[in-house]
Write a protein that binds this ligand. Structure first.
Ligand code: ADP
Ligand code: MG
Length: 222
């Protein structure tokens, strides 16, 4: 599902190019959950944005879900992101005035082309909420939910469009240990159901449920 070869990503710093990813290789087959750990500033978010098609300004080979990311136009990359990738972040980024179901359905309001009718969007949202174990909280607003439940709503939103790949950036950063472990277990469960999951974090404890834990060091994975 993910195949990176010799990826180099540089940022300009004080007039000089500094490689943050420096000849990085990564291979993740479909349905595997991989955790990437590394200290703050090691390039974890940079790696995730690159895999998710948010940044195409890099060197090397990157194939994700059958697409050569560097060969895609801006427009094709946007379509790739919408169809193939679900993003989960440390901050849940839910809209407080919307219900869990409405939050989960948010990507649906931005669907282009032959947009689905509202009832179909709501059905898809309900299904996504059920997948994260919140089928019975559809009508609750974020303020009525715990931190772990809010992150589950955010994961439901990431699942809404039926992506084959979930990318999570420090998804347990705002949660206590036990709640964070529940979120990691949920990712593992989704992977058992065929989802490919890439989680990046500076927390070592994410490692327990992942099939593989890689360390990002010196711009490469070990
Ligand atoms: P992590 O997620 O592991 O904390 P990041 O991927 O956010 O690390 O950042 C890795 C390095 O790249 C840091 O040194 C950061 O300052 C630098 N960096 C990230 N984004 C940019 C940017 N847009 N411009 C310049 N430097 C950046
Ligand atoms: Mg980061």
């Amino acid at each position: 599902m993910i195949r990176l070869r010799g990826v180099v990503k540089r940022f300009r710093e004080a007039g000089r190019d500094r490689p943050v990813l420096d000849g990085l290789d990564l291979e993740v087959p479909p349905g595997e959950m991989v955790a990437v750990v590394g200290p703050s500033g090691s390039g974890k978010s940079t790696l995730l944005y690159l895999v998710g098609g948010l940044d195409a300004d890099f060197e090397g080979e990157a194939r994700v879900a059958g697409h050569d990311l560097r060969a895609l136009s801006e427009r094709e990359r946007a379509a790739f992101r919408n169809r193939e990738v679900g993003f989960v972040f440390q901050a849940f980024n839910l809209l407080p005035q919307l219900t869990a179901l409405e939050n989960a359905c948010l990507p649906g309001w931005f669907e282009g082309g032959g947009a689905r009718p509202r009832s179909a969007l709501l059905d898809a949202g309900r299904e996504a909420l059920a997948r994260v174990g919140l089928g019975d909280r559809a009508g609750d607003r974020p303020g009525q939910l715990s931190g772990g439940q809010r992150q589950r709503v955010a994961i439901a939103r990431a699942l809404f469009a039926g992506p084959r790949l979930l990318l999570a950036d420090e998804p347990t950063g705002n949660l206590d240990t036990a709640t964070g472990e529940g979120i990691i277990q949920l990712f593992a469960e989704l992977a058992r159901g065929g989802m490919t999951v890439l989680v990046v974090t500076h927390e070592e404890r994410v490692s327990q449920a992942a099939a593989r834990v890689l360390r990002l060091e010196g711009g490469r994975l070990r």
